[in-house]
Design a protein around this ligand. Structure first.
Ligand code: WT7
Length: 694
């Protein structure tokens, strides 16, 4: 339950008057009042919000219908029966035509290199999206078809996503840091008929040949008898096909007309791409002739909007599927209230569009509100560690949303690189991805925010589509490290092992009791896995997989994953996924992976491997194993430690006891309850072989 009053202690951070003035929700009482309305009468609450958007046909049937209880049958959530709309129409046409925001800037694009930048207005974005939507249609893409998007942080990525939604196609964005194997796996799982990618990009001073990785992924698909018919390639670095080194100095990409072949932006490096004329086709060749008018496909509220893969505890990634109407309502509403959005704000979320944060809070939420955003291609440390703060001053960013891992990284360099820039435009800060430790929180608050900007610690998941537990800038006093209270329409509960709801001060499993508009609807192609993963353990509840505490003031504190998941730099990986990559190596008989604390990444991977007979544990093998995981999953999954484990601690039924391995990795001698351990003699050996950890 929400308390009647907010706490007043001095370790609680209250909003300054400038934050409170004109805020959408000015105080705690107002928050509580709106929250209760949203829970007691969801139809009235969400119905009022829905009126701000365009519906081709109105709701005719039930407002909300759902089942969260497996014993009563299939799990489902359905809202606003009969209502039809198009999300792209709401994000672009509605803003351009009804709201007269055509000339407003939708995105300031800031490239990896500081001199490389451009901007695009709502009107221009609409034209580009219509053109590419027509291109997709001309390539035979129809409503319901899946399109794979493997692209860096560029405006064209947004164009592709929205063009898909305009024609009712389902985008599946794969983070451009994933490997060929990961991309292949995701294309196969979702049966994508078309892939959109780019020639390459830079991450800091490191060139990435994206097309080459995409080629390899498509080859892997063909090896498994799946043929992607088309690969559309955006010329981003400006290399020409099938040539060797091009070292002419190129000009800066300055035009927002993304249909023209863009001039390359720098003296090009030795990037070679191969061209398969049967499949590959340049973006600019297709865009040249395309019309910039495109009638949207009107979709049902519950039609699938996109698929985004997230790691699952049993290895194979899960294609989290979201629905059109609910995702629109929820991302738009959370963006408006959590960031207390005002029309003159300049908002910047540093996430990559390959993750849910990029989907919800770079693309859909901000555009639904007609906001101006910064989209950043680069990294926080290039060309120097002041880059983020420099960008904040350059665009007068008011609202800045990033991850704890980025804050911890920049903290290392001290205050000086931050203080070189004024950051005086900043009003509101946000974090997402993992629990933020109070030390990082205080640095973010005091140094980055000059002790005047409230920090929105937003807890949510790929599965939830939008913020679930979060403060609101003016209304909810902050406690460093707490995600505070539920957003409107969200009904959290904390359960004990037996599934009983705990009241008051408590710690246990975080679950949600009722649906919110942007709850995932299914796992693509596997509804049963959806039901088992989220609804089986505690019947009647959506289970987050996170642990949670509630304190005496009713504040919620997320304590981290409670399943076999790892959170590295704010991104989930499953132990099973990493272990199966290790086991594929000829020398490895068995593998177990646990998380280990890391000063910047939050958690890192510590792996135990049992070798096959005849193999020796050497430095070379360790390097090979690290490379193998990197290759199979991607750089974020690269293990920090690999230890030799002649035996692994197991239960009598053969289950690896990762709880014990976690302690061994940390050199904690108190192993807790070891009564279920089948063979205790392995333990001593494991302690002896420990890796020296940081
Ligand atoms: C998991 C979801 C949501 C976008 C980024 C990650 C952890 C996320 C917080 C937070 C504590 C957090 C949880 C969650 N998490 N935000 N503010 N405080 N933990 O999306 O990859 O689906 O990961 O990230 O463990 O379950 P994701």
């Amino acid at each position: 339950m929400i308390p009647d009053r907010a706490p007043v202690e001095k370790d609680v951070y209250h909003a300054a008057p400038e934050v409170v003035n004109g805020a959408h929700v000015p105080n705690f009482q107002k928050y509580k009042e709106l929250y209760l309305q949203s829970i007691q009468n969801p139809e009235e609450f969400w119905g009022r919000i829905a009126k701000e958007y365009y519906w081709k046909t109105p709701q005719t049937g039930k407002f909300l219908d759902y089942n969260f209880d497996l014993s009563k049958g299939k799990i489902y959530t359905k809202w606003m029966e009969g209502a039809t709309t198009n999300i792209c129409y709401n994000l672009l046409d509605r803003n351009v035509h009804q709201k007269k925001l055509g000339d407003k800037i939708a995105f300031y694009w800031e490239g990896n290199d500081p001199e490389d930048c451009m901007q695009v207005t709502y009107k221009e974005l609409l034209k580009q999206v219509c053109k590419f939507a027509n291109v997709l249609r001309s390539q035979g893409v129809k409503k319901g078809d899946r399109v794979s998007v493997y692209m860096p942080m560029m405006i064209e990525s947004v164009v592709v996503m929205l063009a898909c939604t305009r024609i009712g196609a389902i985008h599946s964005v794969v983070f451009a840091g994933f490997s060929a194997e990961s991309l292949c796996e995701r294309i196969l799982d979702s049966h994508c008929s078309l892939l959109v990618t780019a020639d390459g990009f830079y991450r800091g001073d490191k060139p990435i040949n994206l097309k080459q990785i995409a080629d390899e992924a498509l080859r892997k698909c063909r090896d498994r008898n799946f043929h992607v018919g088309r690969c559309i390639v955006v010329k981003h670095l400006g290399v020409t096909e099938a040539t060797g080194a091009t070292d002419e100095t190129c000009t800066v990409k300055a035009s927002s007309d993304t249909s023209q072949s863009p001039p390359a932006k720098r003296s090009c490096y030795n990037l070679q791409i191969t061209w398969n004329a049967d499949v590959d086709i340049w973006w600019h060749d297709l865009m040249k002739g395309a019309s910039d008018k495109c009638e949207p496909e009107w979709c049902d509220f519950e039609d699938p909007l996109f698929i985004l893969y997230t790691s699952g505890s049993t290895g194979k990634p899960k294609g989290v599927q979201h629905a059109v109407g609910g995702y629109l309502l929820y991302t738009a509403t959370t963006f408006k209230y959590v960031f207390d959005y005002k029309p003159d704000d300049v908002y910047w979320c540093t996430a990559d569009i390959g993750w849910i944060t990029g989907h919800s809070y770079i693309v859909y939420g901000p555009l639904a509100n007609g906001a101006t955003s910064v989209m950043f291609e680069g990294i926080p440390t290039y060309p120097n560690v002041s880059r983020l703060w420099e960008i904040i001053d350059k665009y007068k960013v008011t609202t800045f949303y990033t991850a704890p891992t980025a804050i911890r990284l920049l903290m290392k360099y001290g205050e000086e690189p931050v203080k070189k820039f004024s950051r005086k435009s900043l009003k509101i800060l946000g974090t997402v991805g993992e629990p933020i430790n109070p030390e990082a929180w205080l640095w973010y608050y005091n140094v980055v925010g000059n002790s005047k900007c409230p920090i929105m610690d937003t807890f949510w998941q790929t599965e939830t589509g939008g913020h679930m537990m979060t403060p609101l800038p003016a209304a909810i006093p902050l406690k460093p490290g707490s995600a505070t209270f539920p957003f409107f329409g969200v009904t959290p509960a904390i359960l004990n092992e037996s599934g009983e709801e705990l009241e008051g001060v408590a710690e246990g499993y975080l679950v949600f009791k009722t649906p919110w508009p942007s709850i995932m609807r299914t796992i693509y192609g596997n509804h049963q896995r959806f039901e088992t993963t989220y609804f089986k353990r505690f019947p009647g509840y959506f289970v987050t997989g996170d642990g949670c505490k509630r304190d005496k003031d009713g504040y919620y504190w997320i304590t981290g994953r409670i399943d076999d998941m790892l959170n590295v730099s704010g991104h989930l990986l499953s132990t099973a996924e990493v272990e199966s990559a290790l086991i594929e190596h000829a020398a490895v008989a068995e593998a177990a992976t646990v998380s280990h604390p890391h000063p910047i990444k939050g958690e890192c991977l510590y792996c135990f491997v049992t070798l096959r007979d005849g193999h020796e544990f050497t430095e070379t093998l360790v390097t090979e194993l690290k490379d193998q995981v990197r290759e199979k999953i991607g750089p974020i999954a690269t293990p920090d430690y690999v230890q030799n484990a002649p035996g692994l601690p197991k239960t009598r039924s053969g289950k690896i006891m990762r709880r014990i391995l976690r302690k061994i990795a940390r050199n904690e001698k108190d192993l807790g309850d070891t009564s279920t351990l089948a063979d205790g003699t392995v333990i001593e050996e494991l302690f002896k072989n420990r890796c020296r950890t940081a």
